[in-house]
Design a protein around this ligand. Sequence first.
Ligand SMILES: C[S@@+](CC[C@H](N)C(=O)[O-])C[C@H]1O[C@@H](n2cnc3c(N)ncnc32)[C@H](O)[C@@H]1O
Length: 260
Amino acid sequence: MVLQNGDCLDLLKSLDAESVDLTVTSPPYDNLRTYNGSINQWCYEKFQAIAYELFRVTKKGGVVVWIVADATVNGSETTSSFKQALWFVKLGFSLFDTMIWKKPHCGAIGGMNRYENVFEYMFIFSKGKPKTTNIIKDKPNKCCGNIQHGSARQADGTTIRTTGYGKRRIAEYGRRHNVWEIAPEKSNAKRCHPAQFPEALAHDHIISWSKPNDTVLDPFMGSGTTGIACLHTCREFIGFEIDETYFRIATKRLENETIG
Ligand SMILES: C[S@@+](CC[C@H](N)C(=O)[O-])C[C@H]1O[C@@H](n2cnc3c(N)ncnc32)[C@H](O)[C@@H]1O
């Protein structure tokens, strides 16, 4: 495990090209949080330089999971999330999937004249074809045990029978949707950062896009949740954090987890 306190733009430059299998991270969301002042340096140009380094350090077939949302300024969402996604694609990444992190509820953020905002984007960028995809199958199938009578829609709108039509039984569980409903970390005892991931979110991306012993990076590590999920899934972890207080919290959390 490598943990470093500093600006990830500088620290990323010290990593070898094509040395990281997977990045699971969440940058500052515009200026929604202050992060003890580290946010002062956050701007689009800084993001562009960091994304360039992420492309450089990602192995061929490696993946970057970029979890992000927009602030609302003068009545409009900033569109930062979309601008960032387009920049990643311009650098050479494929946008493998646009996933949604749905929260059960979010409180009254955004004003009462809007629908309650309950999601964040989870952009899945890959450097070429992803080399690891372990799609989680945990969606209970209502018709489990019945014979499959599936059909596939054609470009002209008509349907054709799928290959297994009438031959296979429907399994107990099917592929999960790309909208994941996971509750944010609520318990104050476990919360140690203003924008902490729930561990399940990091865990499920790690098992989806990497293998045991792969190298997983979080350049905006915060309280180190991606690192905790790496310890629980036997991945090598590299974590960077600019703020000294959060860095210390992450280090302590990861040490406690290692000791057990
Ligand atoms: C959205 S939070 C990440 C929270 C993390 N996922 C967790 O579970 O605790 C973003 C973090 O990035 C840090 N940060 C902001 N700019 C940074 C930079 N240039 N280099 C490294 N860390 C940075 C902030 O201090 C903050 O802790």
